[in-house]
Design a protein around this ligand. Sequence first.
Ligand SMILES: Cc1cc2nc3c(=O)[nH]c(=O)nc-3n(C[C@H](O)[C@H](O)[C@H](O)COP(=O)(O)OP(=O)(O)OC[C@H]3O[C@@H](n4cnc5c(N)ncnc54)[C@H](O)[C@@H]3O)c2cc1C
Length: 412
Amino acid sequence: MTQHTVVVGAGIVGVCSALSLATAGQRVTLIDRQGPGEGASFGNASILATWAVVPVQTPGILWRVPKMLLDPLGPLAIRWRYLPKLAPWLLRFLAESTTARVEALSISLGELMKGAVDAFNPLLEAAGAKGMIQRAGKIEVFETEKGFHALKPIMDIERRRGVRIEELDVHELRQLEPGLAPLFVRALFYPDVAHVVDNYRLVQVLAEAVVRHGGAVVKADVRGFEVGPDGPRAVLTDAGSHPCDHVVIAAGAWSKPLAAKLGSAVPLDTERGYHVHLPTPGVLLRHPVHSSERAVAMTPLETGIRLAGTVELGGLDAPPDWRRADILLKSARPWLPGLETAGMTRWMGFRPSMPDSLPVISRSPVHKNVLFAFGHGHVGLTLAARTGKIVADMAAGRDPGIDLRPYRVDRF
Ligand SMILES: Cc1cc2nc3c(=O)[nH]c(=O)nc-3n(C[C@H](O)[C@H](O)[C@H](O)COP(=O)(O)OP(=O)(O)OC[C@H]3O[C@@H](n4cnc5c(N)ncnc54)[C@H](O)[C@@H]3O)c2cc1C
């Protein structure tokens, strides 16, 4: 008999999991309290950031904590009021920043990055949306020599993990991206990086494909589970219950209470990020351009130019600090002369973040019919298709072809 899997959360991770399951012949119900893609997956920088194999917590980050607390507008900021709640997560985050841990974690991130872009191919094919990924590469720009040298240890790890990085001189930068002002002293090109032409539309088309493959997309708030002797047998929502053989928890930054209801305590928190979207920018950008000095990415989407980035440790409840979005625009304005802001929109989203910067992709140690797929932090879009494939393999009892121990839900 066909197995019925309920996937909780229709962000990019849940939708890729649902479509992988549906195309493998499973009956799938995808439940979200909002529409598909309205969580963190709505407003990210839309980059398939395969270079991002270095965790957020790099060696020496401990000494930056006072600045994070004192500068609410810095690239990485901590909200004072949230500090008491954040403290256990923050201590683990800092403990994961030793040179040895960062090297080990980069290997685990690198393993997931392998084939991450290609993993989208079968999903895009199933959705009839093959043109949505562009393999244009990414440009990293530096306004100062200091910024370039600060990134060197990270580049060294990236290179050790096989990331291809080319140094560009000012002339080559101008040829690749003529719309940029001549303000940069250094630039790098990452030829293997791709981007999605519209990250939100991607979630929509994949969710539609789930339905075309016999699945259902339901708008409801998941409140709990009916647990029998063999694990959960129904998912309970504010609009009724859904019997299930398997459950996948892919609820992004909101996964913690759901995992707890299923017997797994996870140190999941959120790194809030912002975007400014410019629908009629009036300037041409050919590649995603990123500045690590300012933690800002600029991505050319089919709907305009998106400026996105920065990290704010402030929990799920505090209102947005729109000054952080305004800083993105302030950074980008001089870089892109003539940038038009008509129709501009601002957004804040919740990256689902584990203290070691690795996602949870794991079978529950408590219930064998529960799978967890959350906590992808800065790289949830990048790793979504790969995660979905692993989830479908685990559900079917197939070998996922990767050692999943580093991503276990009970690793802390
Ligand atoms: C500014 C910014 C820029 C970023 N840039 C990039 C980038 O360029 N590349 C990249 O790879 N990643 C990027 N990210 C990270 C990426 O956006 C996330 O990692 C990813 O979107 C997480 O996807 P998700 O499906 O796990 O979570 P989400 O997209 O947040 O989806 C979770 C879903 O679960 C639903 N849900 C939660 N609880 C319940 C419940 N109880 N009942 C029903 N539904 C529920 C929510 O409504 C939501 O739709 C960026 C993030 C930010 C904030």
